[in-house]
Design a protein around this ligand. Sequence first.
Ligand code: DP6
Length: 321
Amino acid sequence: MVKLAMKATAKAPSNIAFIKYWGKENERLRIPSNSSISMNLSDLYTVTTVEFDPKLKADKININGSKRVSDHLSLVRKLAKLKLYATVKTENNFPSGAGIASSASGFAALSLAATRAAGLELTERGLSILARLGSGSACRSIPDGFVEWHKGSRSDNSYAYSLYPDDYWDIADVVAIVTNKHKQVTSSDGHSLAKSSPFFKKRQKILGQKNKDLKMALKKRDFTHFGEIIESEALEMHAIALTSKPPVLYWNGATVELMGEVLDWRNGGLEAYFTIDAGANLHVICQGKDANLINNKLRRNKNMLKVIVNKPAEGARIIEK
Ligand code: DP6
């Protein structure tokens, strides 16, 4: 145990999943139905400051969803055997309501800042487990670079670890923001509905091999094979969402138009692949050398609100503020 710091600030990246987490074995503990693989994003991140304060009668939180944040702080209080409330200040470097999920970077930054402020120094694994309890995908924003979330079977063995550091491979995620609206079905609700798809079981059967194939493509830095796997994986996750009962449709017209554009670029020799999380925005995965070209092409699209170019990034860190 280190000395009680009372105040700490952490920065954590958002991440894009290449093999998606979609469906949970245990909803409360956020144990996923399958392992997933992701990359941390350099230009989409959250900075969070947590300060425990004996004068407070309740947690003071500057963002929406404060109940979930306060519940998470209570987990930290329990771990640290601490009775104090805290002030939480959270800022995303991207506009809120841009349709970019902030729960991954948010709960990763909160977990690190809150534990340090409470005087705890968790291992990377312990921190990843804690972040997972806030939001599943947040556990992948703790380790560096390219990350696998090992599904596990219990809370203490379901956590993420780094497969490769951020400088392992020069690829980019060019995010095309095409909506300002909050999604109608939260990812938590989408997860619960996943099992109602007639294709969910089939997906679980083929995911083990897909996970191995993706890791092999990563190991060889084989961009073509890698891209083919991640694009079909995104479509598969959305096929589950679309065939859930009731159906969950995250795309809008602009999403579909852009998917077509990426296919056209590829036919024309520009190698890029798309992936989509639980929202309408498109992530174009390309080699680093093509990121500017793709950025410029996307910006010309009439539906484009914003384009954000991301490189692979390190995981959550304590920063000075
Ligand atoms: C589509 O991590 O947001 O982005 O655990 O309920 O908070 P909760 O879900 P969340 O789900 C993310 C789903 C996804 C795919 C992925 O990131 O793997």
